[in-house]
Design a protein around this ligand. Sequence first.
Ligand SMILES: O=C(O)CCC(=O)C(=O)O
Length: 511
Amino acid sequence: MLGCRNFLSKAIRKRKKNKISNKKKKKRAVLKTLKITQKHEDSEEEEEETEGFSLKISAPSHSYGVQPLGNLLLSPNPTNSRNTGLGNLQSLSDELVLEILEFLEGTHLGILATVSKSFYVFCNHEPLWRNLVLKNYKGGFLFNGSWKSTFVASSCNGSYDVSHAIQSGLKVRDFYSDYLFQSWLCASLEMKHQWLERDNIPRRRGISVEEFILNFEEPNKPVLLEGCLDNWDALKKWDRDHLVQLCGDVKLAVGPVEMKLEDYFRYSDQVREERPLYLFDPRFAEKVPQLGLDYEVPVYFREDLFSVLGNERPDYRWIIIGPAGSGSSFHIDPNSTSAWNAIIKGSKKWVLFPPDVIPPGVHPSPDGAEVACPVSIIEWFMNFYEATKTWKRKPIECICKAGEVIFVPNGWWHLVINLEDSIAITQNYVSRRNLLNVLDFIKKPNAKELVSGTTDRINLYDKFRNAVEASSPGIIDQLVKKAEEKKAREKKFSFWESVKDSNAGAFKFSF
Ligand SMILES: O=C(O)CCC(=O)C(=O)O
């Protein structure tokens, strides 16, 4: 019987809060007890139906044999080597132990791993080695099957292949930890069919710009637009070989480092981790001008008032490349802009909540500058997706495929996970429909914390306002007047609506 069950008890994974303007957000999460079925590639058995979660066919078992804490209850031997091997440090949480280990360099981490079974498991935790590689070698590493092996190979200048020696870790049979187990689990879980099936976004093909403005941009509602990339060279030409050749030795932004595209693909082909590094570069068109020439802004998004700032505009366009499982956890787009996201290769699952509905498991700070959310996207699906089913205001969801564009209206929370290796272009923009929102946002007293994508956060408001006035005199006053008229109309309307709704069918006053 190759299927195995694991029992996760409650675990809390805490992460520092991130600035809301960052693309990736983290948080704390509570794990429920759950059952997991593992299906091996060579298994002839049918996959066991459980209440829930299946592992990816390609998922290896946990490298060091870590089991969820709940399994300890079923074990004939009640010893958790996690504790015995930590000595006096056993009262620290797993998270704290790992935070302390983050201070060590690779050699010391390697030595400490020999102290006990417990230190062996902790010191081999892959994210520790990932940090070391990124800190010491920046983007100049060749991924070698695991982060530890990449670190060792990079330290030896890649002079010998250590991948086999290091990847076959020793299995520790009696180490129980939800925190460490969860990290492996999230990297190994298949997206459940139930997480993918809801598709309630309006889809439109060939609509006019006026229809787009009237039905979607003005009311600030998402829409999926089909067929508007048909003339993009990118759609015809961009695949990984073409891009690798085009980009050559140019380095693109990948998380905290810059990497050659060829090296990034080497990593993304092999990686199996909870939060894969995501290529997200705002300077791609300056670095490789042909990339910028291979696409054009779809007709619906051509008005972009931030362009009056020329080179001083905040970052606004990104090439996005990532493997299945990579993506963007819940966030709102920067500076109150709206966005479009065009898929060139692969497909992405989107979940969007309107500005006044905070997604479950997401905790923005009162000033809006930071947000705490689940450590990984898959963890959000595991722990919070189900809750949205009973919510009155359901999220808008879809799978956006190659050749399609999604419109993300300003202020909407959104989460995105790549279902396959994906390549996309996204741009954030300001049209007349959201100019006042953007001005309000960048004028806030804590603009220094809130504004992003520019070094001159405090002066952005004055610069932008003056530049808009200079290029379109009177436009701001006109928009303010229009907004006030709309508000007055809505107020009047809601008064008559409430009167009409009264049961008596007549006027009903209350004092
Ligand atoms: O991962 C993605 O493609 C989504 C990107 C995104 O949400 C954003 O640019 O705001």
